[in-house]
Structures are given as C-alpha cells and as structure tokens.
Design a protein around this ligand. Structure first.
Ligand code: NAP
Ligand code: MN
Length: 264
C-alpha cells in the first residue's frame, strides 16, 4: 500500500508527520506523494481540506484519514496519542471506506470562452467585494428569487457544521446526498424579498446563481478564495464524485457533532 502524510506545518504536526512516516515504512508500506492509496493528514480540518484539493484528481483511488493536533478536527478525528494504534490498523487491516458527498461548482464568465469546474468538501460562498450582492437564483431551471445582501453559502452535508452552521443553517447527515443554500444577511422589506430560510436541495437539483449588478465578486471554495470579474453564473449541484474516508472504528457523525459543539 502506498501512503502520503501531510502536515499543517507547525512543529508538533511536522514531528508527528515524521514519526508516522517512519512507523509506516517499518511496516513496509511505501511512501508515495504522487499516487497514494491513503493520505494521512496531521493538523486540523484545514489540513484535510488542503489535502483533499491536492489529490482531487484521484478521489476514486485515495482514502483520507485525519489526525488533529489541537484545534477542532471535525474531519481530523484521530488524536496524536492514538498514532501507534492507527499505524497498526493501517498496516494490518483492510480498512472500510465511508463516502461523503461533495459540491460541484461550475463558474461561467461573460465572454462565454471558459467555464471553471471546482469541487468543494465544505462549501462555496459568493460575496460582493463592494456593496451588496444582488443575484438571481434559479432552482432546477426555474427562477426562485432575487437575493440582495452580503452573500450566499452553498454547503455540503459534511460542510454543514462549518460556515453554514454560523449562518444558522441546519446540520445535515452526510448520508443525505444534498446541498444547502444559506443566506448571509439578506435584505428583506417591501421592495426586496428572499425566502429567509436555508434550503436543502437533493441530488440533481441545480442551484444557479446569476449576479445582477456589475460588481467584482469574491468566491470561496473551502479555504481558497478567488476574486471573480465578469462572472456570468455559478452553477451548484451535488457532484458525481465523493470523498472517501478510511474508517478503522465506528465514530458516528452525531457523536462527532456532540463532541465538537456540545462537549463530552
Ligand atoms: P479556519 O479559519 O481555521 O476554519 C474555521 C474553523 O472551522 C476551524 O475551527 C476549522 O477547524 C473548522 N472547520 C473546518 N471545516 C469544518 C467542518 N466541516 N465542520 C466543522 N468545523 C470545521 O480555516 P480553515 O481551517 O482553512 O477552514 C476553512 C473553512 O473555514 C471554510 O471551509 C469555512 O467552512 C470555514 N469558515 C467559517 C467561517 C464562519 O464560520 N464564520 C468563516 C470563514 C470560513 P480546524 O481548526 O480543525 O481547522
Ligand atoms: Mn483551520
């Protein structure tokens, strides 16, 4: 089996990364940064998000597992003191795989010349760099509303505990292949009207966002942000691809939610 280990880059995580590489090599596993079967991330959720994007071209062949060194670690759910146990699991037992849905975002530009396709593990957000975002939202090909406000967040089920949660969105179990649209400070009065509630869309229901005013936009895809000029539309739906997590022990989603947000 080929493995890669990524680190947040701080001293603790780097030391643990080295330790893991040595241990796994002692078990005759092959260190391979290009085509790993398993990617172990050391740091936090941010580290796992980075690793996901680094290996997004081979999601079918890669399984992820995260160790958290401080911070929250919603995806990165192994503790540093469990490293020996994890290494033995990886080396000795065929692991189970749990798949979580992803978000596909296709960005189209005014000049029609190109379309960029992105995958998000947590979410995509759209905001205006200056003034309010005004944007037409179509659901499944039908006009739904004109949004006016700070921005919109389109999240995956596993990303529903991240930015989406801060916006009052619901927490969705990752077995529900869906996406959630939540609002950032929408303007609602006699003139402007939005639904106001987060929306959950099933697979194959596309949410199309078309900016109306001519402003520069800021898009984020997970941790990465890009300034968008001349964006015609953003097409969001549940992706065909999914992320695969290596599972060595049961750790139910709701238990993870409880430990992360309520405490033990
Ligand atoms: P960050 O600023 O370190 O992330 C913010 C927090 O979100 C961290 O505590 C992070 O955990 C946690 N987190 C990430 N994914 C999560 C998930 N699926 N469920 C629960 N918590 C999660 O930046 P980052 O590490 O690069 O992560 C990028 C993410 O930050 C974005 O995808 C977005 O969801 C989130 N974010 C949230 C807000 C907000 O809530 N107002 C604003 C901007 C961005 P770790 O400490 O373990 O990394
Ligand atoms: Mn982080």
């Amino acid at each position: 089996m080929r493995f890669a280990v990524t680190s947040r880059g701080d001293e603790t995580s780097n030391a643990l990364q080295k330790k893991l590489i040595n241990y796994l090599q002692e078990f005759d596993l092959e260190l391979n940064e290009e085509t790993p079967d398993i990617v172990i991330t050391v740091g936090g959720d941010g580290t796992l998000l980075h690793a996901f994007h680094r290996f997004h071209d081979r999601l079918d062949e890669t399984a992820f597992v995260g160790i958290h060194t401080g911070h929250l670690g919603f995806y990165a759910d192994w503790k540093p003191e469990e490293v020996e146990k994890l290494v033995i699991h990886i080396a000795k037992t065929p692991f189970q795989v749990v798949e979580y849905p992803l978000l596909e975002v296709v960005v189209r530009y005014d000049d029609h010349t190109r379309a960029d396709r992105h995958l998000a593990l947590n979410e995509c957000t759209i905001k205006s760099l200056e003034g309010s975002l005004v944007c037409q939202m179509d659901i499944k090909g039908e006009p739904f509303e004109t949004f006016r406000g700070d921005g919109l967040c389109i999240s995956t089920p596993s990303g529903s505990t991240a930015y989406n949660k801060s916006l009052g969105g619901a927490i969705l179990h990752p077995s529900l292949a869906s996406l959630q649209v939540s609002e950032m400070a929408s303007i609602n009065n006699r003139v402007y009207r939005t639904i106001g509630s987060p929306l959950v869309l099933p697979q194959h229901h596309t949410c199309l966002l078309k900016p109306v005013n001519d402003v520069d936009l800021m898009l984020t895809i997970d941790h990465a942000s890009l300034v968008g000029k001349n964006i015609k539309s953003l097409q969001c739906r549940v992706a065909e691809e999914s992320i695969r997590f290596a599972r060595f022990r049961p750790f139910p989603f709701w238990k993870r939610v409880k430990e992360s947000f309520i405490g033990d």
